[in-house]
Design a protein around this ligand. Structure first.
Ligand SMILES: *Cc1c(COP(=O)(O)O)cnc(C)c1O
Length: 394
């Protein structure tokens, strides 16, 4: 017997729920790519993408997913044989580094582990030891979607300055942009990248890069530049060149609507909403974890991200739990990836989410824990509700 009929809820960390308004904004005929409304649309999007990254630097919009814009970043600022330092805290920065390695960059990994954030002091120590300044750039993910960790980007920027090192700071903000603060210029981030399908509430297919003046200066002599990704080619006045070909019109109309919604809510309010809902998830998982079959992947509470929570299941199969939630209730949870494959499930709380979506998801997980006989502390959902009623006043 299932209680699945009705609207399915996708609680995976990307793609996320696309608002109906965004879908509707895309439902229109194609328009001219050489004149008319598309030109002003592009200008407004480039300006507002930079605004979301909080930079006076330049933004670029690519037809690509996150993996594509990883390559855009590497090829625009690095040369064959350059060395970079990848800060490990899960899977995503490592994969980005792997792209760089395959493009001919020498990659050193600053060892971390999947249950904690990057330690800025270790970054500082490694950079201080780099006497010949051989490290050209540093790669880090603000939120690692595999482990659910949030890295302290301002502290990492501070560590680089404390070491008096001038490596470029390159940040993956795919799972965090639009969901938590990103203060590119103030934090000393030189290049940042993201995608459309997570906090930005738009279908997959657009990738964003923001680069400051220092990165754009280094770009001039970068040896890995390729025609499609090249910033210089996209900076000209010709609209067609800004996308290196036909613009992804419908996605751009969708993105415009998503940004309008984000600005109407207010970025600060959106960040606070994410924090409140993330904390509701953490309250529930905290209660379930009173029995040892369940636990947080990220050990330190302050290092748990506001967009995704990775929950460990000890001696029970997370796939069984996911299958129960999907088949019986229409809730699709994220599975464990990387080192957490087969050991965890993930609850996404990013983008176009509200209290019923999150409380509903938590209720379904608690229902599944009961139905499958997985020992857990009772009253997780109640703890989430109590948290929200306490914080969200009339
Ligand atoms: C999802 C994600 C990516 C990859 O994005 P794709 O669009 O799937 O290529 C990269 N980094 C982080 C942190 C992500 O969450």
């Amino acid at each position: 017997m299932s209680v699945r009929a009705g609207r399915e809820f996708l609680a995976i960390p990307g793609p996320t729920t696309v608002p109906d308004e965004v879908l509707q904004a895309m439902h229109r005929p194609a328009v001219d790519i050489y004149s008319g409304p598309l030109l002003a649309l592009t200008d407004s999007l480039l300006r507002d993408v930079a605004r979301v990254f909080n930079t006076t630097g330049r933004a670029y919009i690519y037809i690509a997913n996150g993996h594509g814009v990883w390559e855009a970043v590497v090829t625009n600022v690095l040369s064959k044989g350059d060395k970079i330092l990848v800060l490990e805290s899960g899977r995503f920065a490592i994969n980005w580094g792997e792209h760089a390695r395959r493009l001919g960059v020498e990659v050193e990994i600053l060892k971390g582990d999947i249950r904690r954030a990057v330690r800025p002091s270790e970054v500082e120590a490694r950079l201080k030891a780099d006497r010949g300044a051989t490290i050209k750039a540093i790669m880090v993910a603000q939120i690692d979607t595999a482990t659910g960790v949030v890295n302290d980007i301002p502290a990492i920027g501070q560590a680089i300055r404390a070491a008096k090192h001038d490596a470029l700071l390159m940040v993956d903000a795919v799972a965090s942009l639009g969901c938590m603060p990103f203060d590119m210029d103030a934090w000393g981030v030189d290049v940042a990248m993201s995608g459309s399908q997570k906090g930005m509430m738009t279908p997959p297919g657009l990738g964003f890069v923001a680069a400051n003046a220092r990165a754009r200066e280094i770009h001039k002599t970068a040896g890995l530049r390729t025609p499609y990704w090249d910033w210089t080619d996209r900076e000209g006045d010709v609209h067609y060149q800004k996308y290196c070909g036909t613009p992804p019109e419908h996605l751009l109309f969708g993105l415009r609507q998503a940004l309008d919604m984000l600005f109407a809510e207010g970025l600060e309010n959106a960040f606070r909403r994410h924090w409140l809902l993330a904390e509701a998830v953490r309250r529930a998982v905290g209660v379930w974890s009173q029995r040892e079959a369940i636990g947080f992947n990220i050990i330190e509470p302050s290092e748990r991200s506001d967009t995704v929570t990775a929950v460990l299941l000890n001696s029970h199969d997370p796939q069984q739990l996911r299958a129960y939630c999907d088949k019986n209730c229409g809730v699709i949870l994220g599975h464990g990836i990387g080192d957490l494959t087969g050991k965890a499930f993930r609850i996404a709380h990013m983008g176009h989410v509200n209290a019923p979506m999150i409380l509903g998801t938590l209720s379904v997980v608690e229902m599944a824990l009961g139905a499958l006989g997985i020992p857990h502390g009772k009253g997780g959902v109640q703890a989430a509700i109590d948290w929200l009623s306490d914080q969200v006043k009339a």
